[in-house]
Ligand binder design. Structure first.
Ligand SMILES: [Zn+2]
Length: 248
């Protein structure tokens, strides 16, 4: 019985993955906002969100798709979903493989009960946890899972951070579509060449753009900056290939 359930989940996930990377139709993404703390400022920020708040993410993918020659003009649709008041299970960072598998199953069970929307179901569900910047100076790591097409994204509940929040959201969304990280895990420095906005630029530094899966702009061999937003980010050739936009 359990085996049948698992096989069905597996086949369903595989079909969904094929659908999201064939790019014949737009990939529907729903953002479920979650106030991550009890702060009134966070609650007000979340209450002010609308589908328009995420338009820069859609625009970014539209422009990048065009640049990479994708024939689908509007590859990603982002919609605001209902607010979720329950926090998702926390990932075991540095946990064993078994702990990570157990967490991913717990997360999928959690999504099953909190990730419902009226009307057609989304392909990708992004649970975006908003944190009050007055209460903490950094946010937990975000994750994007291709298995199940789920992202758990941590951002600041702040107008000033909105552009950088869009970078984090787009990065995790790309993970759900099969893109890999393109930075050095020990230094956070963009990997050359795939993590560079323009690997062929002469001189190589400073770069003008961040490759989104590197998440940073290489300003020298050793230093890099956060991009100010998606307007200073792009998808490199390898990322475009990983998500199925290009075949070479
Ligand atoms: Zn990443």
């Amino acid at each position: 019985m359990l085996l049948i359930v698992l096989v069905n989940v597996g086949v369903g996930a595989w079909l969904m993955r094929v659908r999201t990377t064939s790019w014949e139709r737009p990939v529907r993404v729903v953002v479920f906002p979650i106030p991550a703390d009890g702060s009134a400022a966070t609650a007000a920020h979340v209450a002010a969100l609308s589908t328009e708040s995420f338009e820069p993410v859609e625009t970014f993918f539209r422009d990048e798709a065009k640049r990479h020659g994708l024939s689908l003009p509007h590859p990603i649709e982002v919609q605001l979903g209902p607010r979720v008041e329950v926090l998702p299970p926390e990932p075991p960072f540095g946990g064993s493989r078994l702990e990570i598998i157990a967490w991913s199953l717990r997360l999928r069970a959690w999504v099953w009960s909190h990730g419902d929307v009226p009307g057609p179901q989304p392909h990708v569900r992004l649970f975006v946890l908003f944190h009050d910047p007055v209460l903490r100076i950094s946010v937990p790591h975000s994750v994007g899972l291709q298995q199940g097409l789920i992202g758990v994204v941590h951002v600041f509940a702040s107008k000033a951070q909105t552009s950088q929040n869009h970078v984090v959201i787009a990065h995790e969304l790309l993970h759900t579509l099969g893109a890999t990280d393109k930075y050095e895990p020990d230094t956070n420095q963009p990997s050359y060449p795939d993590g560079y906005g323009d690997p062929d630029q002469v001189p190589r530094h400073p770069q003008k753009f961040a490759e989104l899966m590197a998440g940073r702009v290489a300003i020298s061999e050793r230093d890099s900056d956060m991009p100010r937003g998606l307007d200073q980010s792009l998808l490199g050739a390898l990322t475009a290939r990983e998500i199925g936009w290009t075949s070479r």
